[in-house]
Design a protein around this ligand. Sequence first.
Ligand code: THU
Length: 160
Amino acid sequence: MKEVRLETVLEVYNDISELPESIQALMAKAAEARDKAYAPYSKFNVGAAIRLDNNEIVTGSNQENASYPSGLCAERTAVYYANAKFPKAKMIEMALTASSQKKLTAEPIPPCGACRQAIAEYENKQNHPIEIYFMGAEGKVVKSPSLANLLPLLFESSVL
Ligand code: THU
């Protein structure tokens, strides 16, 4: 037996103003999308904005459904839309922001496990890391240099 240790290194910023203007602008697009989320059941709005290497910005928000499992998270709405619309483009940076309609969301909200797996598909396809920036409605912003850094031991197509 040997023990294996996996390490995730993240950068934590106290405020979005500490990040480059291009990331602030991307986060502003994510906030616009977040505020248009369709979340009448959870009352938890999430917005995603992705900058592509063709300089397009694609956004998405969570879309809920009366049949709860039929809804979709903001991140998957955004990556599926990006790859549907610009299948040849690479995803460079993704900004995420979440805001409860019931209380202040002041801590960074990371993407859920299913979304990490979905984003990983495109990171592998394009063979280029996707930087992920995530926050709540305000406060700290976390940067991960790649999706793989957020999902150790991910399931990859190479095993199929
Ligand atoms: N949600 C997202 O959009 N992204 C995540 O990574 C986690 C959760 C949405 C799904 C649902 O509409 C609401 O947040 C509460 O779970």
